[in-house]
Design a protein around this ligand. Structure first.
Ligand SMILES: [Zn+2]
Length: 338
């Protein structure tokens, strides 16, 4: 964990409710045998796992919090604590021999009576045989052992694993916490503002910045959007000429749909004069303000709903070009009657 904050500080910012839930669970001695921590990348799953580890092993717990500085806490933060066993994918998968190693550590602890904690990162990457091997361990709890499975792709987890763990869903982060996470990773503030409207995931945010796709797409989308809101027929042509070419795969198509929805939400927010730091397209704040001044609330609500509906159409296998052309055509009449 490359951060100077304690896990408590990070979780207080990212997931205050989950933090207080686990403070309570541990204080009551109600920790379950196996958890699945599921949520978007960056939502705080590893931080909560390491916080639990420190909370269980810390020599100076005070008011339900580990101190983060004692010998035990430091070894946990360094990844060198003998009773915290971590498993992560080697290459693309977590293999069965890694789970066997984990189980051998587990049987040792059962003999010695030590508390042990297993943390399995990217748990959805377990091979079928690794998952089956783990099932047995989860099904037959004994001793002072807790397994924490972390995932950013719960839909890829085997149902048998999900049904045998207590699933903790990590809610998406609030805007300020995300902005901070992205900026701490070196993303400039104005880009962080745009990206946090698209993803909770630092990994995905960094991937979106890896080439100039995002700025290109933002520029093209802005042109389309400005034309749509002004009822300009060129917006229909822009779909085929520029936007379709920018969406090379399904994930880029979804990002574009999210950006379109964010544009209308920004218009709506500005209309109600909500703080501009909440905007996704902060770079176009002035232009958005001019546009929204000529529109009424009903138009904005209708347009935002249409943009969100379009994303669902895309999920139901209508082609990207058809969805966007359809959206463009249904938006025109709304803005024409201004
Ligand atoms: Zn400590």
């Amino acid at each position: 964990m490359a951060t100077t904050d304690t896990f408590t500080q990070t979780l207080t910012a990212k997931q205050p409710r989950l933090l207080s839930a686990f403070e309570h669970i541990i204080a009551q001695n109600h920790l379950a045998h196996a958890y699945l921590f599921a949520g978007m990348d960056g939502a705080g799953q590893p931080e909560l796992a390491y916080w639990i580890a420190q909370r269980l092993f810390c020599l100076n717990v005070s008011e339900g919090q580990p101190d983060g500085t004692c010998e035990e806490c430091v070894r946990i933060a360094n990844g060198s604590h003998p009773d915290i066993v971590t498993v992560a994918p080697t290459g693309q998968s977590i293999h069965v021999d890694q789970v066997r190693y984990l189980k051998s550590e587990f049987s040792k602890s059962a003999v010695e009576g030590n508390r042990k904690l297993f943390i399995i990162s990217d748990a959805e990457k377990m091979t079928a045989s690794a998952a089956n091997s783990l099932l047995k361990f989860i099904e037959e709890p004994s001793g002072n052992v807790t397994a924490l499975l972390l995932t950013t792709n719960k839909q890829l987890m085997l149902p048998t694993i999900i049904s045998r763990t207590q699933v903790i869903e990590f809610p998406p982060l609030n805007a300020q916490a995300l902005q901070r996470t992205f900026e701490e990773a070196g993303i400039p503030p104005n880009q962080a503002q745009l990206l946090r409207g698209l993803t909770n995931s630092l990994t995905q945010a960094q991937a979106l910045l890896a080439d100039d796709w995002l700025p290109q797409t933002v520029t093209a989308l802005w042109r389309w959007f400005d034309q749509v809101v002004k009822g300009d027929p060129r917006s229909f042509v822009a779909v085929q000429v520029t936007l379709v070419g920018l969406a090379k795969d399904a994930s880029q198509q979804l990002v574009i749909m999210d950006l379109i929805a964010a544009l209308f939400q920004d218009l709506l927010q500005l209309h109600f004069q909500i703080d501009a730091t909440e905007l996704t397209f902060g770079q176009y704040e002035k232009e958005l303000g001019t546009l929204t001044a000529g529109l009424n609330e009903q138009q904005l609500v209708q347009a935002t709903e249409l943009a969100l509906t379009s994303k669902r159409q895309l999920a139901s296998n209508i082609s990207f070009q058809n969805v966007l052309e359809g959206l463009t055509l249904t938006l025109w009449p709304i803005f024409k009657n201004a």
